[in-house]
Design a protein around this ligand. Sequence first.
Ligand code: NAD
Length: 498
Amino acid sequence: MREVGHFIGGKHVAGTSGRTTEIFQPMDGTVQGRVALATPDEVRAAIANAKAAQPAWAATNPQRRARVLRKFLDLVEAEYDSLAELLAREHGKTIPDAKGDIQRGLEVVEVCLGSAHMLKGEFTDNAGTGIDVYSMRQPLGVVAGITPFNFPAMIPLWKAGPAIASGNAFILKPSERDPGVPMRLAELFIEAGLPAGIFNVVNGDKEAVDTILDDPDIKAVGFVGSTPIAQYIYSRATANGKRAQCFGGAKNHMIIMPDADMDQTVDALIGAGYGSAGERCMAISVAVPVGKDTADRLVERLIPRVESLKVGPSTDASADYGPVVTRQALDRIKGYVDLGIQEGAKLVVDGRGFKMQGYENGFYMGGCLFDHVTPDMRIYKEEIFGPVLGIVRADTYEDAIRLPNEHEYGNGVAIFTRDGDAARDFASRVQVGMVGINVPIPVPIAYYTFGGWKGSGFGDLNQHGPDAFRFYTKTKTVTSRWPSGVKDGAEFVIPTMK
Ligand code: NAD
């Protein structure tokens, strides 16, 4: 049985609260360890440690800071396989999918190798006679990241990479479901040469999070998780005068136009709907075929594909997806399927009864497919976060685009079509933050930014890309005058540039 504590000041620290929670192995339902839940005092100790370490790190030139990140990339790559296995055993996703989780995190760290360029200020020579104006980007100090269970490598790195590259110290409060990879990343940062106290991991629940939100030494909070918690964290952090960017849940639609290549569409949909057991914030959970004929053709092809999905243990590299994260999640997802039937949607593939031979206690769920879902149903409005895809039939393109536009969430969306005009119109008018055109999961590459709209994101800057460097730095603007006559007398009239 593993005991996971915290990582503070460059070393492992055992938890002292006496409160712990179980870390499951979803593929067989066993408990593989316990993770400590921090007290406010433990969180404050981590913050104090980070605060003491941060000025020297901020004073280290940006290229030297980037060299530490370069070494870190090498170290992570050298143990890709073992990290992916650790991740898969705690989360439940398959090992190839766990490698993708790590890779998408590393890509953001790669972009951070060029942080010196991102951190450059502006300069205007001779803005007035003898006056130069310049700006500099300075780190905020100690910043925090609070992250979800579903990408335990990628999302911590999306936050820590730019924060650290910008000269901040970082406190990570990862999900209590799968803390193993964040703890190993903390060790690898130290091995790469990061000074102690710059990357800290505090494990915990609401008590730890609330301490972060209230502590005056935390200057910014980056959150990713469900919408109610995102909204709560945004309100409390900003009420305490902190910067906050909080990303929430999703209900991502895929619009299928009558001219779409149906083979390509079904291939894309099956991966985007059921990959990682649907536990991705960019998973497609609603398919919207336009026109009856399109819908009938789609359903006809989709049914056998959903029925033949290969569900397997996380260690089976040939599985399409593995178990979901906890028994609680499994019960919630099955509850939504029951609800959909009660609400009158037509369950055309039922995966509720799936059992994995040899892993009877694992948290498995077969693929489910609903046809004739309507916008008034809770299974349409709410995020299910499991291997359940709903089909909402639309008569026209206008009816189809109205669905994502009027939905509470606005994370990702896709359109499948051969018509460039429809695609351009869609990209321009859809009220969603990330759009795919014949691309089902349009997660932007690392040097662009990631962020949803409406109920999927609170705050005004996105994750990674140039926005991340803005979020983790504050701008100082210096107006400097070196005239010959400054010593000749005081000026009592406000200076202008006339
Ligand atoms: P969650 O909201 O339950 O937990 C996220 C984090 O918040 C965890 O660290 C957790 O410990 C903490 N937390 C939970 N309850 C809290 C409370 N009451 N007070 C303070 N902190 C609390 O989310 P999850 O189940 O870990 O992750 C799945 C959710 O994350 C889904 O809704 C998914 O769509 C979303 N998600 C969004 C994005 C995005 O970029 N928009 C990316 C990944 C996941």
